[in-house]
Design a protein around this ligand. Structure first.
Ligand code: AMP
Length: 542
């Protein structure tokens, strides 16, 4: 048997999963609890760092030291409005580290700050170790992997995921968008029956919709849309608010500042939500929730649907957008693929099926494992698998948001407009070149501000990076021309280069080297925390 060379990892907001190709088949590897998925939770409890079900079960006891949903924070600035929202929703402490979101915990008698990259690395190291053990290796071996990310992740989030992998001693062969991975798994399973798929991927914290054409070993993404801050957690929060109000109504007591009560109630709400996917009602019972009072209520499916209706309807927005972007109608979609744990909610299924005029939804593949399966197939493909059906796989993916520059329309223009260089839904890898003339006489420097987004006014889009080209040849305005090249690699990571036309003068920025992200030295230090260096024994001393 040929030794598999690489693994596929679905690094989910709430659960993670790892797979490997064995004898031409995709195998999802069970963890030491015998489970196919591991909660993406890291606990710092009693001087021990643990990952998975064990710390998850203890969240209510150690709300400030059990970190969950870290994917919501990865690659984000502290002042990002979504992070500010999470500060009120997540029980642990979120702080700013160099302007980026990070978490603060008390561990081994000291206050520690961990970046989302480090927390994600602890999760990655844990599931990597599961795989390495299964393959007969050592836990600190380096391993190649394909890791999945939401289609809507931006550059900073992608780079932070790669950094997390490096800390966990994982060499990232490729990042793959989650819906694309699911389509790949589906295409492989269906023996590449031609068709156009709509992948509706609603997980714990993110929502992606993609339209993907499947044919002869190829998955071609036509368009993507989504919301990187919408998922099962939001249903839990709606439920949670409902329970707080019930408690307040009955006992005239407010639990919203008590971290322990919040955690206990959140866990109960998530459990009730899951039960409502199978039962007509779910009891919510928490003994001594707060101040000696119990919470006893029950929620029916009808009430749940009413509470979550708006949120579920909201997911149809990206569905409509993605059809429009792919220039297709509902009737052009042959199959709808459901991915992500939240698609088990029956009301989501009926809402989506109604939108598609009663079309059946394909739940043929396991929503918890489809994404990891796709990543595993790509990992085997990129590591030159022995299997011809895997060797022939091809992927064509698209960028989720337009990328371009801030341009000024003249010397007195202070506002700046967004000029798109690579429109959203362009297939990558790709390269685009444009020429920009100088604006002033004798201009010797030009500043380039790179943004992503869809708005005409630059200030409404997201700044990705800034760089300058100096020593431009002096000349009257508009005579000297600057070539700007946008290049997106196979991981969707962007490099922008500016050079003076007819001159060697060049400068460039790779957005992955965005300021504020980890340096190589920081990464090496963090690797040592997970895999402490083995002490060398000096035999001469004996
Ligand atoms: P994922 O990120 O794909 O692992 O999805 C995790 C999300 O799916 C969490 O918010 C879970 O609460 C949710 N989930 C899992 N199973 C169910 C279920 N049976 N009914 C409703 N939501 C579920």
């Amino acid at each position: 048997m040929e030794k598999p060379k690489a693994i596929g990892i679905d690094l989910g907001t709430t659960f993670s999963c790892v797979g490997v190709i064995q004898n031409g088949k995709c195998e999802i590897i069970t963890n030491n609890q015998g489970e196919y998925t591991t909660p993406s939770v890291v606990g710092f409890i009693d001087g021990q760092r643990t990952v998975g079900e064990w710390p998850k079960k203890r969240t209510h006891k150690y709300p400030l030291n059990v970190i969950s949903c870290i994917k919501r924070l990865i690659g984000r600035k502290f002042d990002d409005p979504n992070v500010q929202k999470d500060i009120t929703n997540l029980p642990f402490k979120i702080v700013s580290k160099d302007g980026n979101a990070a978490v603060e915990i008390q561990f081994k008698g000291e206050t520690r700050i961990y970046t989302p990259e480090e927390i994600s690395a602890f999760i990655l190291a844990d599931i990597k170790n599961t795989a390495v053990k299964y393959l007969g290796g050592q836990s600190n071996d380096m391993i190649d992997a394909v890791i999945t990310i939401p289609a809507y992740f931006n550059d900073a989030q992608k780079q932070a995921t790669i950094d997390a992998a490096k800390i966990a001693k994982i060499n990232v062969l490729r990042l793959i968008n989650e819906p694309t991975a699911a389509a790949l798994a589906y295409g492989f399973k269906q023996k590449w029956k031609n068709g156009t798929l709509l992948v509706y991927d609603l997980g714990g914290g993110t929502f992606d919709v993609s339209i993907i054409k499947v044919s002869d070993g190829c998955c071609e993404v036509l368009a993507v849309d989504g919301d990187d801050h919408l998922g099962g957690e939001d249903f839990d929060n709606i439920f949670f608010k409902y329970c707080i109000e019930e408690f307040q109504r009955k006992h005239k007591k407010d639990i919203s500042n008590n971290a322990r009560a919040i955690c206990r109630l959140k866990a109960v709400c998530e459990d009730a939500k899951r039960r409502l996917s199978n039962d007509k009602f779910a009891p919510i019972e928490v003994e001594n929730l707060f101040d000696g009072e119990d919470l006893n209520c029950k929620i029916t499916v009808a009430r749940f649907n009413e509470l979550c209706k708006e949120l579920i309807q909201k997911t149809l927005g990206p569905v409509k957008n993605v059809l429009e972007a792919a220039k297709l109608t509902k009737n052009d979609i042959n199959n709808i693929l459901l991915v992500g744990g939240s698609t088990r909610i029956p009301f989501i299924r009926t809402t989506l099926s109604e939108f598609f005029d009663g079309k059946n939804l394909n739940a043929d593949i396991n929503p918890d494992e489809a994404v990891a399966n796709g990543a595993t197939l790509l990992a085997a493909n990129l590591s030159k698998s022995f299997d011809t059906s895997i060797q022939n796989i091809r992927l064509l993916d698209v960028i989720p948001r337009s990328i371009g520059l801030r341009v000024f329309r003249g010397q007195s223009d202070r506002v700046g407009y967004f000029q798109v260089s690579i429109p959203r839904n362009t297939k990558f890898p790709c390269v685009n070149k444009a020429e920009y003339p100088t604006l002033r006489d004798n201009q010797t420097a030009m500043k380039f501000e790179i943004y992503e987004g869809e708005y005409r006014l630059v200030k409404n889009n997201k700044l990705l990076g800034i760089f300058r080209l100096n020593n431009i040849t002096r000349a009257p305005a508009c005579v000297t021309k600057i070539d700007v090249t946008f290049e997106i690699d196979e991981n969707g990571i962007l490099t922008v280069t500016a050079s003076e036309v007819g001159n060697e003068n060049t400068n460039s920025i790779t957005i992955q080297q965005n300021k504020g992200r980890l340096t190589e030295n920081e990464i090496i230090k963090m690797v040592d925390e997970i895999y402490p260096p083995i002490m060398e024994i000096d035999l001469d001393d004996d």
